[in-house]
Write a protein that binds this ligand. Structure first.
Ligand SMILES: [Zn+2]
Length: 644
């Protein structure tokens, strides 16, 4: 199928109008239906772990202000999470904002309408870049629980509604990715759509068709056993921990990983405008439910029945399933999954509990937001509190300044954490971090630890705010911030810190791989002015090296031989080592197949790049090649490689 027509530009106006309408509807909601339903069981607002310590409002005026503030914050983070797939706070920090809001709205019902409207209860992942498609059956969210008491309460209410003493529950791991609905008609895949606002989502069929484990046709044992005429399958697109690590290794040598979380990576990849680019990242999909099913007689009778039928059709389904028949078994099953998740190859942020029987589900029904027959239990985040000892600034190879938190060593989930990423200047300002603060650090899987909160009650009043440097810490050049970017940059192309990082990247394992050249030697070469450009490596003489501290004749000879050998490194190594925008090892290998020399690549046109890397990367690579400094440095490498 040719997917190109799918990516025609929808008028942005239409989308904006829908949004505005949506917000208006929310604004018009009466006080009795708060934007975020409070679980009836929630204990008092202050009793749950909350990363950022906030003061519980005493008066209704304070409550109104806090409600408005929370709504604005949640709307901001929804925008980052759902539309840009680039969240800047952790899930638990986000959840705690929502919980605090729900609790306040419950405790101060008179202020709910008075406070300014803010967040939509369900997010909306539509970006405006894709045609949208209406789900035949609405895609609901899940109510969430965070404690044993909340889960027991949900179970008690469930049994009360059912009017009998037992219901078989299926407990599944909660995959952390992007929710999708994939429709098969007469066994053939016809469409894949994101959840969007629950009613309609982005049509990303072409992108999901690149997933190897997503069958184009459902397996059927014969004509007497046909798949349904039409079925909407509900699942999650995700990226495994291994693929997350691989892509970050490929792309991220710039102080911090290119992707903050596998979920961001999955959501961002599923929404790329170029299916060829999607195919270079290993997306996976897993199914756990269904929406509309025709004919109705083909509707599964139970969750377990659905899962085994879906497997028989050849679809990937959730594994690690547990069963529970009462509240104690339920708690055990959830805890089991919590223990097991460290061994899962995929990111899981909780457990999903579902009533197995579809007949019972129908009896229970649903609310505006979520089915009554299912609930999510969110695993406790792996957090610890420690002291912020300092904030250092790293300069990446493209000049981006990244602040790093230096922490008093603390153990989280079995690892000692001494540093945490602070992303950018805005993160420090938003958290109002001050050196000496008591901070809450969170760590999940292979993710770089991050700071999710500050205990302001333990701050001494004399601690000054952190003064973000106006100059590059490496070369002293005044930093710049582009209006479109959160990142602050050092604009000096001769900046020693940038050069060091460029050299590290070029000579590293995903570049031309000069193993004899360690970071310490790179530093010395840069500090002494022996290397001002990557190509200067090939001008080094034996006497340059033997003059360095700790360098004897034999080590100088070994390094020179390794550098000489790298002159003939395969083309993909050079392309990957250059650190071209959005070009990791996989893309570099594809480029090397298309262009037979570095010279040929340096003259590549948009049209020549397009079939290999897709429009967005092609555009950025052309812009990179047009930059005189980049061009000069590539030309110098061409000369080095062409030397006899
Ligand atoms: Zn600099």
């Amino acid at each position: 199928m040719n997917g190109r027509h799918l990516f025609g530009c929808r008028p942005a106006l239409a989308h904006t109008a829908v949004l505005a309408l949506l917000l208006l509807c929310i604004a018009a909601l009466p006080a009795a239906s708060p934007a975020v339903p409070a679980p009836a069981s929630s204990p008092s607002p202050a009793s749950n772990t909350r990363p950022a310590v906030a003061i519980a409002p005493g008066s209704s005026g304070e409550a109104r202000a806090r409600i408005a503030e929370l709504r604005a914050k949640i709307a901001h983070h929804d925008e980052l999470y759902f539309r840009r797939a680039a969240p800047e706070i952790s899930d638990s920090a986000y959840d705690s904002l929502k919980r605090e809001l729900a609790a306040l709205e419950r405790d101060f019902p008179s202020e709910v309408a008075a406070a300014s409207p803010g967040a939509a209860a369900l997010g909306d992942d539509r970006t405006g870049d894709f045609p949208t498609w209406r789900h035949r059956e609405r895609m609901l969210g899940l109510d969430k629980t965070y404690s044993k008491a909340e889960l027991r309460n949900w179970h008690r209410q469930l049994l009360a509604r059912l009017g009998h003493g037992e219901a078989t529950l299926v407990v599944e791991p909660k995959f952390d990715g992007l929710a999708v609905s994939v429709t098969y008609e007469h066994g053939r895949l016809v469409r894949a759509v994101t959840r969007g606002d629950g009613n309609e989502g982005d049509d990303i069929t072409a992108n999901l068709s690149t997933i190897a484990t997503l069958p184009a046709t459902l397996y059927s044992s014969g004509p007497q056993d046909p798949p349904p005429d039409r079925i909407e399958l509900r699942g999650e697109v995700y990226v495994s921990w291994a693929e997350f690590a691989r892509l970050n290794r490929e792309l991220g040598t710039d102080g911090e990983p290119a992707f903050a979380h596998p979920r961001t990576l999955a959501a961002g990849t599923a929404k790329l405008l170029d299916p060829a680019e999607v195919a270079t990242r290993k997306l996976e999909v897993v199914f756990y439910g269904w929406g509309a099913c025709e004919p109705a007689a083909a509707t599964p009778a139970s969750q377990r029945g659905f899962l085994s039928q879906a497997r028989a059709w050849g679809l990937p389904t959730v594994g690690d399933i547990q069963l529970a028949h009462d509240a104690d078994e339920l708690w055990l099953a959830v805890q089991n999954l919590g223990r097991l998740r460290a061994t899962f190859g995929y990111p899981a942020d909780g457990a999903v509990v579902k009533v197995d029987s579809v007949a019972l589900r129908r009896a229970l029904g649903e609310t505006e937001q979520a089915p009554r027959w299912a609930v999510a239990y969110k695993f406790a985040p792996r957090q610890a509190t420690t002291e912020l000892r300092g904030i250092t600034i790293q300069v990446g190879r493209t000049g981006v300044l990244t602040p790093v938190a230096e922490l008093a060593p603390v153990s989280i989930a079995g690892a000692t954490v001494t540093r945490a990423t602070l992303h950018n200047r805005d993160t420090i300002a938003r958290l109002d971090l001050r050196v000496g603060d008591s901070v809450v650090v969170e760590r999940a899987g292979e993710i770089v630890p991050r700071i999710v909160g500050v205990d302001r009650t333990r701050r001494r009043p004399d601690r000054p705010p952190f003064a973000y440097p106006e100059q590059c810490p490496s070369c002293g050049t005044a930093v710049v911030q582009l209006p479109s970017e959160a990142a602050v940059r050092c604009p000096n192309s001769a900046c020693p810190a940038q050069l060091r990082r460029r050299l590290d990247h070029f000579t590293g394992a995903s570049g031309v791989d000069i193993r004899d050249l360690g970071p310490a030697t790179v530093n010395t070469l840069v500090d002494r002015g022996l290397v001002r450009e990557v190509s200067d490596l090939y001008r080094l003489r034996r006497t340059d090296l033997t003059a360095l501290p700790g360098f004897g004749g034999p080590s100088a000879d070994a390094l020179l031989a390794a550098i000489e050998q790298s002159r003939h490194a395969r083309l993909w190594r050079v392309l990957s080592g250059l650190g071209l925008p959005r070009v990791g090892v996989t893309t570099a290998k594809r480029l090397a197949l298309r262009f037979d020399s570095l010279e040929g690549f340096a003259n590549a046109t948009f049209g020549e790049l397009l079939p290999v890397v897709g429009p967005s990367t092609a555009r950025e690579v052309v812009a990179y090649l047009a930059e005189p400094r980049n061009r000069a440095s590539i030309d110098a490498l061409v000369a080095v490689r062409n030397k006899p």
